[in-house]
Design a protein around this ligand. Structure first.
Ligand SMILES: Cc1cc2nc3c(=O)[nH]c(=O)nc-3n(C[C@H](O)[C@H](O)[C@H](O)COP(=O)(O)O)c2cc1C
Length: 183
């Protein structure tokens, strides 16, 4: 899939088929993630891939807005290491997790970020060392609905902000008065 098709197709998916994700697909996604950038190339993150139904259930019920991870056949927990990169571990882990999301989209998978969980529960269940942080979870699986229909609906109910609300040129302004892009 073309990169801009990946960007245009991606939506947060919260309803999954029970079909497993084939290992070669998962491995391609993880390889795309391994190559993500990090400050000073410290790579201060680890991923824990969880398929175990009972563990997913306990993680799902530890939060409010991530119940659908019960349904997704795979979840990937992003773990950051503040010892290795005290100022950048959250950014670096987040970049890695977004690589998962984009690679998963290219593979025809649905995904969703989840931050609604009890970190202590997740750390305990997965044996994450005390010094490390569970930053976020990515739910992965084949979408119940076709992504294009979900995409059309999502565009209606969840529009992105307008470009002029997000971007200004040369300096920070909230009063968009056109582009001033000089090369
Ligand atoms: C850091 C982060 C945390 C999120 N946490 C949750 C969550 O706990 N539960 C959930 O259903 N969606 C969560 N989302 C998904 C957002 O709600 C979603 O990305 C946003 O509404 C835009 O929709 P889209 O992803 O379909 O473009 C999270 C997204 C991000 C980036």
């Amino acid at each position: 899939m073309d990169f801009y098709d990946v960007i245009g197709t991606r939506r947060s998916i919260r309803s999954y088929k029970s079909d497993p994700i084939p290992l070669p697909v998962l491995e391609r996604i993880l390889e795309a993630t391994r190559r993500s950038p990090s400050a000073s190339n410290k790579q201060p993150w680890r991923l824990v891939v969880v398929t175990d139904q009972k563990i997913r259930e306990q993680i799902a019920t530890s939060g409010v807005y991530g119940k659908f991870i019960l349904q997704s056949p795979v979840i990937i927990v992003g773990v950051g290491d503040p010892v290795v990169a005290p100022d950048r571990y959250i950014i670096d882990t987040s970049i890695a997790l977004e690589h998962i999301v984009l690679a998963a989209t290219a593979e025809g998978l649905g995904s969703c970020w989840v931050c609604s969980f009890d970190e202590n529960v997740v750390k305990e269940l997965l044996g994450i060392p005390e010094s490390m942080k569970a930053i976020a979870i990515i739910a992965l699986g084949y979408s119940q609905k076709t992504i294009s229909i979900v995409g059309i609906l999502a565009k209606i109910v969840r529009p992105s902000k307008k470009m002029e609300e997000l971007v200004s040129y040369q300096r920070f302004t909230s009063d968009w008065d056109g582009k001033e892009y000089n090369q």
